[in-house]
Structure formats: structure tokens, C-alpha cells
Design a protein around this ligand. Structure first.
Ligand code: PEP
Ligand code: MG
Length: 608
């Protein structure tokens, strides 16, 4: 691998495929290295499986009322906009030497608003009073029929373009739930334009070695799930789906954020070694992870796990977590494809609690929408800015019947173990007051129904909106603990969409604004004598630990796989020293200054 990356991207190589797939064919394939964002560490090598949205062909027709026509047209327009934005984004990220491809894509971009497709679909929704998907399908069929008899090759290729563009719109119309990841029955690496958290949670670990996506940024929910599953992932690759073909051999380097397509023999060899080394280190750390996380000066840290699915409980135990600091309960709702009943939730929650007893489990109530849209709700929620919309507690307070069902299930499970209740995205005191009213109703109903329950459990809130930081002292008067959700706190305070690759360079937990906000929250919690933990991804990154320790945090919740490394680092640090260190950090105004200081003072511990 002696050449520069650029050279490798532009220069073709011959790959002897017998190294990896058993065939002795020598195929002329170029080794391509694409830089993305490492979303989940680790290395995997295998055959590419391009995630195609087959569901585009499975859509249904349904009639709509006259009054619903504007809504349906709007839905179509939004889908066109999203599809063309995604398309424009791919064009932006294409390398200029791919000029042919660029030309095609630019021509496609113009087609999104092509009269034949755009206006005709709108007209069909109006005249036929049918859903947008069916109207689009009908229009595309008409276009195909119209061009069938044409012999001119230019016009023939135009119809292909229209079909491709319409499929992009259709995918946006029907959402991502049509991807059949759970049906894949061979060992592969997924290559997708985008994977939603719902798609990712369908991944079967014994089959999917890792995945890469064109879209996505740091700490997106999709990346978080990949970390939790312990599979390597690289996101934000821009146009990987255009460069990889089914069955190409690919290497996913989640440590450096690279995708290597059709690797040369040398590259393969080097990566096989790197991969094994990484696995050995991981195994050694996992073995020691059950020892306490105690600093040099004798402070013991509570290292907890973030989980999304009941199945991850094994990983919680294996990695030495002291409990679950964040159970993202929304994934049960996503998987079920409908709102679960109180009984179904209770059974699942009880199972987790009993499996982990006497350790505590912090159930975060439903945090849906934003980037976690429930497929069965997608049609009802049409928001310009979903991250700023009816997400998390806002949704729950709007739909109290759904919220109360979940609270009752949690309280019932609390009769069987140690549970804490955590409310996401609180932005004002009024919301906590409303939550408490619902809690009271839940308790009244459970009493009336004479069910076994425990409603007397600690109540906490996530601090992930800047307003909550500013009024942290007020909020502390109403709850038992805070859990700092830095994934969203960074997103909302710095105005960085956590899924957007274009702004991912700004997303840095070492930003002085982020560090100062954490200080405000920790100080407020300490002054009011309530608990404070951190459960954002920031807590699981070794680089951030000296700062977090110096700010006074002693409870950190992270994806279970991160615990062994963080534990080891905790045992090498001294809280008094990190406090003095943070006094210097807090004076600094730039990320680069802070990063340099961390490296100067803790570089040795980090590199070890
Ligand atoms: C966070 O925002 O930091 C967090 C832990 O919640 P989620 O990632 O589920 O939004
Ligand atoms: Mg959050």
C-alpha cells in the first residue's frame, strides 16, 4: 500500500480474486479507496450486497377523499424534493474525474421536475383521487407504453432515465420500510445509499459482517446501532453505491472510516492482519472488563450500557457493564410494525429487568420521530423539520394513550427489578409537570386494575436541548437525575444535523461550547444534589474521558462494546489531576486548542 490514496483511487489494479472467494479468475477490477466517516469500529472483509429497494414494485392503490388531495399532492412534492436533494448531494460529492457519470446524474436531476413525470402525477392524484404512489406508478407505466414503439435510441434512453428518477421518488414516498434486510441469507457486507435505524435493527449478526452507506454522519442512530451490534460500519461515503457492484470484494475499515473496493492482494493481506490484531485486543480488554473501574485516587466509576434491543443483554454482561444507563425503547415499536400493547411491552421489559437483576435498567420512554420514524406512522407525520418537530416527549404528550401504555408497562416491570424512568428531549419545566400528571394517571389505572406494580422509581430527564441546559437548576427541582444526551445536545446547540455528512466536520464533542454546557449541567445537578450521568456517544470515546472526568462525571453510559476500553482508561487516570486539567480546558475558545492539550497531557494513556 505504498502509493498515495489519490493515486490508488485513480489508478486501476488487477485483483486476484482467488484470495478471497475461492475462485482463481483474474478479473480486471480497480482497487478503489473511498473515505467516509467511521461510524462503528472494526474491520471486515467480504462480498458486497447492494441494498436495493425492491418494495418500490410492491405498492398498493388506495382511494382518497377530495379533501385529502392537497395533502397527497404535498406528500408527493416533498418526496420529489427529498429525492432531488439526495441526488444533488451525490452530484456534489462525486469526484470530478467521473465526468460521464456526472453528466448522467445532472441530466437526471432535471428530470425530477419533468412535466411528464411531475405535473402528470399531480394531475393523476387530482383526477383519479388516488394515493401518490399509485399515481406515480400509473404515470410511469404510461410513459413506458408511449415510448415502447419509438426506435430512436436517445428517446429510449430517456425513458430509462425517467424510470430511475421515479424510483428515487417512490422510495421517498414509501419510506425505507420496504428494504428486506432480514431476508438476506448469505454472509455479506451491505452497501446502501442510506439505512434507517429500522433497517439496521433488522441486521442478522450471523450474516451481515458490516455495512457502508452513502449518507449519514457521526453519531447518527444508524451508526449507534452498528456499534451496539459490534459490526464495522462506514457512513457518509457520498457515492459508494455507484462504485460497488454486487459480489465485489470490499473491506470496511470502521477504524479509519474507509471503504476499499476490489482490494489488491497486498491490501487484503495487510487488512487481514489488522483485523485479527483488533480482535485480539478486543478480547483481552473484554476479559478484564469485569474488574471495577476505579481511578488512581480511588474514585469508582459506574460504567453502564446503552441498548436498543433485548438481545443485547448478553453483550451488556460480557462487557462488564454495571447496568443499563439507557434503554432506547423505541426500537421495539419500530420492529413490531404497530403500537405494542401494554402486555407485550411488560413482558419484554420484565425479561430485561430479570435478566439483569440486581443491576438497574434505565428505561427511556419512546423517542420516536426525528430520524426514527415509525413506518406505520410515516403517512401521518409530514414535517418540514422532523428533528425540531413532534419528536420524543412532544409526541408522547400529544398521544397520551400511547405514553400511558408504556409507563404502565414500565411500572409493572419495576415490580420485578431495579428500574429508573428517563424522559427524552425535555425542553421546559411544563413538560415535566405534564409527564408527572400522566404518571399519576398510570398509577391510578394500575391500582384500579389491581395489577402488581411499582410506581415509586427514580424519575430522570435527558438533557439534550440547549434550553434544558440553561434552566438545569430549575429542572433539577423536579427530577431525581439528569442524563446528558450529547448526540442531540451537539445537534441542537450547534445546529448540526447528526445525519448530515456535509456538516459532520463541525460535530465535535470537544467544542468549547459543548464542554461548557456539560459543566453547567453537572454543576447544577451537584448543587441540587441530584444524580447526573452521560449517555451520549461522547461518553464512550476514550479521547473525551479526561475532560468528562475533570468535569465531575462519574457515571457514563455507552454502547457495551466501548466499556472495556473506557474501563481501562479510567484506571489510569486521577480525578484531581483531570479537574486541574479541565480548569485549563474551560478557558479555551477553540476545538483545536483543546484537542492539542488533551493530546499533550493524555496522549500517552490514549495511545496505550
Ligand atoms: C443523545 O441524544 O445523546 C442520546 C443518547 O439519545 P439518542 O442518541 O437516542 O437520541
Ligand atoms: Mg437523543
Amino acid at each position: 500500500m505504498g502509493k498515495s490514496r489519490k493515486e490508488q483511487i485513480q489508478k486501476g489494479h488487477t485483483v486476484i480474486k482467488s484470495n478471497c472467494n475461492g475462485s482463481s479468475d483474474i478479473l480486471n477490477k480497480k482497487e478503489i479507496i473511498i473515505k467516509g466517516i467511521g461510524a462503528s469500529p472494526g474491520i471486515c472483509i467480504g462480498k458486497a450486497y447492494i441494498v436495493d429497494r425492491e418494495g418500490v414494485n410492491l405498492i398498493k392503490r388506495y382511494p382518497i377523499l377530495e379533501a385529502e388531495i392537497p395533502f397527497e399532492i404535498n406528500r408527493f412534492k416533498n418526496a420529489v424534493k427529498r429525492a432531488s436533494d439526495e441526488h444533488a448531494y451525490i452530484i456534489d460529492s462525486l469526484n470530478s474525474y467521473l465526468s460521464d457519470q456526472l453528466d448522467i446524474l445532472e441530466a437526471h436531476l432535471a428530470l425530477f421536475k419533468d412535466k411528464m413525470l411531475y405535473q402528470k402525477t399531480i394531475d393523476t392524484i387530482k383526477t383519479d383521487k388516488i394515493n401518490a404512489e399509485w399515481a406515480l406508478k400509473k404515470v410511469v407505466r404510461q410513459v413506458k407504453l408511449m415510448f415502447m414503439k419509438v426506435s430512436d435510441p436517445y428517446l429510449k434512453s430517456r425513458v430509462t432515465d425517467i424510470v430511475q428518477v421515479s424510483e428515487q421518488v417512490m422510495r421517498n414516498l414509501i419510506g425505507a420500510q420496504d428494504i428486506k434486510i432480514s431476508d438476506i441469507n448469505k454472509r455479506v457486507i451491505l452497501v446502501a445509499h442510506d439505512l434507517s435505524p429500522a433497517d439496521t435493527s433488522q441486521i442478522q449478526l450471523e450474516l451481515i459482517k458490516g455495512f457502508v452507506t452513502d449518507l449519514g454522519g457521526r453519531d447518527s442512530h444508524t451508526g449507534i446501532i452498528a456499534k451496539a451490534l459490534g459490526i464495522p460500519a462506514v457512513m457518509g461515503l457520498g457515492n459508494a453505491t455507484h462504485k460497488v457492484e454486487n459480489d465485489d470484494i470490499v473491506i470496511v475499515d470502521g477504524l479509519s472510516g474507509l471503504l476499499i473496493v476490489n482490494p489488491e492482494e497486498d491490501t487484503l493481506f495487510a487488512y487481514e492482519e489488522r483485523g485479527s490484531l483488533y480482535e485480539i485486543q478486543r478480547a483481552i480488554r473484554a476479559r478484564e472488563s469485569h474488574l471495577p473501574a476505579t481511578t488512581l485516587d480511588g474514585t469508582t466509576f459506574e460504567l453502564m450500557a446503552n441498548i436498543e434491543l433485548v438481545e443485547e443483554v448478553v453483550s451488556v454482561r460480557d462487557n462488564g457493564a454495571k447496568g443499563i444507563g439507557l434503554f432506547r425503547t423505541e426500537f421495539l415499536y419500530i420492529d413490531l410494525k404497530r403500537f405494542p400493547s401494554e402486555e407485550e411491552l411488560f413482558e419484554k421489559y420484565k425479561e430485561v429487568v430479570e435478566l439483569l437483576a440486581p443491576m438497574s435498567v434505565t428505561f427511556r420512554t419512546l423517542d420516536i420521530h426525528g430520524d426514527k420514524v415509525l413506518p406505520y406512522m410515516a403517512a401521518n407525520i409530514d414535517e418540514e423539520n422532523p428533528a425540531l418537530g413532534l419528536r420524543a416527549i412532544r409526541f408522547c404528550l400529544k398521544r397520551p394513550e400511547i405514553f400511558i401504555t408504556q409507563i404502565k408497562a414500565i411500572f409493572r416491570a419495576a415490580a420485578f427489578g431495579n428500574i429508573k424512568l428517563l424522559i427524552p428531549m425535555i425542553s421546559c419545566v411544563e413538560e415535566i409537570i405534564s409527564v408527572k400528571q400522566i404518571i399519576k394517571l398510570a398509577i391510578d389505572e394500575l391500582k384500579e386494575e389491581q395489577k402488581l406494580f411499582n410506581g415509586d422509581i427514580p424519575l430522570g430527564i435527558m438533557i439534550e436541548v440547549p434550553s434544558a441546559v440553561i434552566i438545569a437548576e430549575e429542572l433539577a427541582n423536579h427530577v431525581d437525575f439528569f442524563s446528558i444526551g450529547t448526540n442531540d445536545l451537539i445537534q441542537y446547540s450547534m445546529a448540526i444535523d447528526r445525519r448530515n455528512r456535509q456538516v459532520a466536520h463541525l460535530y465535535n464533542p470537544m467544542n468549547p461550547a459543548v464542554i461548557r454546557m456539560i459543566k453547567m449541567v453537572v454543576d447544577a445537578a451537584h448543587s441540587k444534589n441530584i444524580g447526573v450521568a452521560m449517555c451520549g456517544e461522547m461518553a464512550g470515546e476514550p479521547f473525551n474521558l479526561p475532560v468528562l472526568m475533570g468535569l465531575g462525571l462519574t457515571e457514563l453510559s455507552m454502547n457495551p462494546m466501548a466499556i472495556p476500553v473506557i474501563r481501562e482508561m479510567v484506571t489510569r487516570l486521577d480525578t484531581n489531576e483531570t479537574k486541574e486539567f479541565v480548569n485549563r480546558v474551560i478557558q479555551m475558545g477553540q476545538v483545536s486548542e483543546i484537542v492539542t492539550l488533551v493530546n499533550e497531557q493524555y496522549g500517552k494513556v490514549l495511545s496505550d
